[in-house]
Design a protein around this ligand. Structure first.
Ligand code: CTP
Length: 399
C-alpha cells in the first residue's frame, strides 16, 4: 500500500476526480485528498473525506500540531494533481506555498503527476506553456490535456485526460525502476530531406510516441538518449536529446550511440528517399532552374544496418506504420517487415485513415521474432509507451 496524495485544483473537472480517488482506494492505496479552497466550490469536503476515508485540509493552519504542511508531502509516495489549473501550475512553478497543496508540492520528494484542465486559451498561453516547461524540467510529469468539448460551447485542447489514463500514468510512477542500469536509445520524429535551402521532403510524424517512450524509459530508471528529428516537443525530464534533421544525420547519430546501448527503439519515421541533387539556391518558378520533376535516391535503411552491426545482447525494436488493403492485413505486412528488418520486436500501428499522426492516442500490435503477437487497446501514447517497455522487458527476460 502506498501513500497517495490527490491534489484537487479549482476547476469544474474536480467532479471527475472523485472517481480517481476511488480507483486509488480500490487499488488498496492510502489516499489523502488535498483540495484548494477553490476546488471546494466545485466538490465539497465531505465527498473527499468519505471517498478517501481520511481527513481533508486545504490550509497549512489546519492540524498545526502535526506540522501538516510538511508531513503530508514528506509522507507521500506519489502526488497526483487533477485538475491542475493554470493558476495552480503557476503557483507550483513559482515555488509558492500559500495553501496546503502548494506547500505539499514544495516539501515532496516523491513523483508528481499533474493532469491539466482549463480553457484552450489558458492552456496555450505562453505563461502556462512556460510554467509547464519549468515543471517538466524539474521532473514533474505534466500530462497533455485531451481535446474536445470544454465546459461551455467551446472546444479544443484543455479537457482533463481520462481518469483511467491519469490513474495508469500515476501508477507507473509508483512501480519499481525496472529499467535501472539499462541504457536506451530512442529515435523520434520525421526526417526532412532538403530540396533547396527552403524546401524539403518530409512526413507527418509528430514524434509524440517516441517522446513518450523516452519519457517512460527515463521514469523507469533507464539512461536515455533521444535522437529527435524535427519535433516541436519539450525534452522529457532526464533525457539526453540529440536533434537531427536528415536521414543521413539520424543514421550517423544512431550508429555512434548504438554501440553503447542495450536497447534501441527506432520510432522515427525515416525518409526512404532523398532528392538526388540539393540545390544550393532557392528553385524559382519561371526561371531556367524551374524543375519539372525531382529525382530521388534511396537512403540507407538504418534499422537493417543496426541489426547487422548489433551486439548479441542488444535488443532492437522497429516500428511500422501500416495500412491494410485487400491484398493483406496489417499484421501480415508487419510480419513481413519484421522478417525483412531482422529486428527483435516490431511495433505495428494501423494508420489507415491517418488517425495516429499528431494524436495523443495510438493503437498497436507488437510482433516479435519468436512468433509472439499481442494486440493492445487504443490508449494514450504514454500508456502505450509503458506497454512497449513491458513487452521489451518480457522479451529480454525470456532470452
Ligand atoms: N527505417 C529505418 N531507415 C529507413 C527507413 C525506415 O531505420 N531508411 C526504420 C523506421 O525507423 C522503422 C522501421 O524502419 O522503425 C520501419 O519503417 P517503415 O517506414 O515502415 O519501413 P520501410 O522499410 O520504409 O517500409 P515501406 O516500404 O513499407 O515504407
Amino acid at each position: 500500500m502506498s501513500s497517495v496524495v490527490v491534489g484537487v485544483g479549482g476547476g469544474i473537472a474536480a467532479y471527475k476526480v472523485a472517481s480517481l480517488v476511488r480507483l486509488f482506494t480500490e487499488a488498496g492505496h492510502d489516499v489523502t485528498v488535498v483540495p484548494t479552497r477553490a476546488a471546494l466550490q466545485f466538490v465539497g469536503e465531505p465527498t473527499w473525506a468519505a471517498l478517501s476515508g481520511n481527513p481533508v485540509s486545504t490550509e497549512v493552519w489546519d492540524r498545526v500540531h502535526q506540522v501538516n504542511h510538511v508531513a503530508v508531502g514528506q509522507r507521500a509516495d506519489l502526488i497526483v494533481v487533477a485538475p491542475a489549473t493554470a493558476d495552480l501550475m503557476g503557483r507550483a512553478a513559482a515555488g509558492l506555498a500559500d495553501d496546503l497543496l502548494t506547500a505539499t508540492l514544495l516539501t515532496a520528494t516523491c513523483p508528481v503527476v499533474l493532469a491539466p484542465a482549463m480553457h484552450t486559451e489558458m492552456w496555450t498561453h505562453p505563461a502556462t506553456a512556460a510554467n509547464v516547461d519549468t515543471l517538466r524540467q524539474r521532473g514533474v510529469t505534466v500530462l497533455e490535456p485531451d481535446s474536445g468539448r470544454l465546459t461551455g460551447a467551446d472546444s479544443g485542447p484543455g479537457r482533463l485526460p481520462e481518469v483511467e489514463v491519469i490513474f495508469r500514468q500515476a501508477l507507473g510512477l509508483l512501480t519499481a525502476p525496472d529499467l535501472a542500469g539499462v541504457s536506451v536509445l530512442v529515435t523520434a520524429g520525421g526526417t526532412r530531406e532538403p530540396i533547396d535551402p527552403v524546401r524539403f521532403l518530409g512526413n507527418r510524424s509528430s514524434g509524440k510516441q517516441g517522446y513518450a517512450l523516452a519519457a517512460a524509459a527515463a521514469r523507469r530508471g533507464a539512461a536515455v538518449t533521444l535522437i529527435s528529428a524535427n519535433t516541436a516537443l519539450p525534452a522529457p525530464a532526464g533525457v539526453d536529446v540529440v536533434p537531427v534533421e536528415t536521414a543521413a544525420q539520424l543514421a550517423h547519430e544512431v550508429h555512434s550511440h548504438a554501440t553503447k546501448t542495450d536497447i534501441v527503439a527506432m520510432a522515427a519515421a525515416v525518409a526512404d528517399f532523398r532528392p538526388t541533387d540539393v540545390s544550393g539556391v532557392k528553385l524559382k518558378k519561371d526561371s531556367a532552374a524551374e524543375p519539372d520533376s525531382i529525382s530521388l535516391i534511396r537512403n540507407p535503411d538504418i534499422l537493417v544496418d543496426l541489426v547487422a552491426r548489433r551486439r548479441s545482447d542488444q535488443t532492437v525494436v522497429g516500428f511500422a506504420a501500416e495500412t491494410g488493403d485487400e491484398a493483406a492485413e496489417v499484421v501480415e505486412y508487419g510480419r513481413k517487415k519484421l522478417a525483412a528488418k531482422g529486428c527483435d520486436l516490431l511495433v505495428v500501428n494501423d494508420v489507415s485513415g491517418g488517425e495516429v499522426f499528431d494524436r495523443h492516442e495510438n493503437q498497436i500490435i507488437i510482433l516479435d521474432r519468436r512468433g509472439g503477437e499481442e494486440h493492445y487497446a487504443r490508449s494514450d501514447k504514454s500508456v502505450i509507451a509503458d506497454q512497449i517497455w513491458d513487452a521489451v522487458l518480457r522479451y529480454r527476460s525470456a532470452d
